[in-house]
Design a protein around this ligand. Sequence first.
Ligand code: GCU
Length: 422
Amino acid sequence: MKIKLSFSIILLFMTHLSSAQFEPNYDEAQVPIFPVPDLMTTFSGETVENREDWKARRRPELLRFFEENVYGKVPGTLDHVSFEIVEQNKNAFGGKAHRKQIEVTLQKGNRSLGFHMLLYLPKDRDRAPLFLGYNFFGNHTTTTDPKVLISEAWTMNNEKLGITGNQATETSRGVRTNRWAINKILDKGFGLAVVYYGEVDPDKNDFSDGLHALFYKDGQEQPKADEWGSLAAWAFGLSRALDFLEKEDQVDASKVIAFGHSRLGKAALWAAATDQRFAGAISNNSGCGGAALSKRKFGETVGRINTSFPHWFSDNFEKYNENEEALPVDQHQLLALIAPRPLYVASAVEDQWADPKGEFLSAQYTFPVYGLFGKKGITSQEMPEVNRPIHNTVAYHIRTGVHDVTDYDWEQYLIWAKKFIE
Ligand code: GCU
């Protein structure tokens, strides 16, 4: 199929030059007018005619741009990755799951870093499709299962969750079960693998530890301007988790979906963009630097995110602080790197900081690339009604409620994954 689409969409809104540039804008009427960077025209102005063109020219140049200017490049390769099953039980979750806890060890020169993956697999299935995602406070927070190991890694304090002294304890076991519908996932025949993101790279503006430090040359103390921030490090960690899953007989490694909420949704998208072994991706409320369009400057902006979280992106991304106009790309082009694999973008009505409309439009704008592969994206530019999901190869929903992962979200992901991944 030959599709030629000229895709310069101009959003018809007023330009607003705010004096208080760091005040977030929540007024649709104040969203600037901007040309949406065209997916189907190369940086040198040539039109992408077909899927071969996309794969050979456009996709690589977009990937390179995001690598060098947004998330940052991985500076080298590991010498060795090893896996050890440190605990397992064939009768977990009331007898319906096989639980495995794996330590993944990454080695580079004389340095090494280990992280733990918690795996639940439906017992009645030989090779299960699976969701792989990070959690914010430790694997033991995702379930009340008393056997799940508690991470010894640095953990962000959270009084409400009972985490103090940057150390998780028994007190926080099960405090985030609401975000992981494990029963529902297993009942639908899917497996779930979770990793505590702080074991891969602690979420603080300090480059002396975690994955970055593993790759330093002698005397180096932080990544170069075009090298990885924490989001790219977390994405790299998901790929190493997938290395294990490829060796696990009970998992169908060709059906592993990268899942993530918020900052971890940003990481999941980047993982699926950089590693085509992922069968698909789910972005739950990922917002700025994730699914949301940057040029709308609605809610969180590039300047805000780089100021609040200077360690998340490459230093090169700071060039676009208060300067989104200069970006030759936008986040729909990150999403398009996942094509033709299934992609789900989800928003929440009360999560305006993440710009639900920007998340929707970004997913919608990927349709010409999915079309090249004969896959259905989102055809209408109208946002669907609240709690009325669109389930195509590219899927979207906006639900009631706040920035969170809910059972409603998981119910939708499962219906969609049954259809497009399984
Ligand atoms: C902050 C940040 C967001 C991020 C969110 C989260 O709100 O500004 O970009 O997505 O944290 O990870 O919960």
